[in-house]
Design a protein around this ligand. Structure first.
Ligand SMILES: [Zn+2]
Length: 95
C-alpha cells in the first residue's frame, strides 16, 4: 500500500477532507458515493459502482425501477409470468 504522505485531522463530526489531488486522480466528484470497507487495520474507500440487485454481477446492467439488474436476472424477472402460463398449457395438454 502506497502512502500519499498527506495527513488530515478528523473534525468533531468524524469527517475528513480528501485532498483535491486525490479526488482529481480518482475522478471523485461532489455527490459521488464512496463505499467504506475494512481490510485488517486499514480503512478502504472505493468509488461505488453499480451491481445487480439480485446476483451482484456488474455486467450488462439495466435499470429496473430505481435499481440496477443484470441481463440474466432481468430475463428471469420477465420470464416469471410466461413460465407459469407455459406450465398451465403443459398441464392442460396432459389432461
Ligand atoms: Zn443478476
Amino acid at each position: 500500500m502506497k502512502s500519499t504522505g498527506v495527513v488530515r485531522k478528523i473534525d468533531e463530526l468524524g469527517r475528513i477532507v480528501l485532498p483535491s489531488e486525490l479526488r482529481r486522480v480518482f475522478g471523485i466528484h461532489e455527490g459521488d458515493e464512496l463505499e467504506i470497507s475494512v481490510d485488517g487495520e486499514h480503512i478502504i474507500l472505493n468509488k461505488r459502482h453499480d451491481v445487480c440487485l439480485f446476483c451482484s454481477s456488474d455486467e450488462g446492467l439495466v435499470q429496473f425501477k430505481d435499481r440496477k439488474v443484470c441481463g440474466n436476472c432481468a430475463a428471469d424477472l420477465g420470464g416469471v409470468i410466461p413460465r407459469e402460463v407455459r406450465l398451465d398449457e403443459t398441464v392442460g395438454a396432459a389432461g
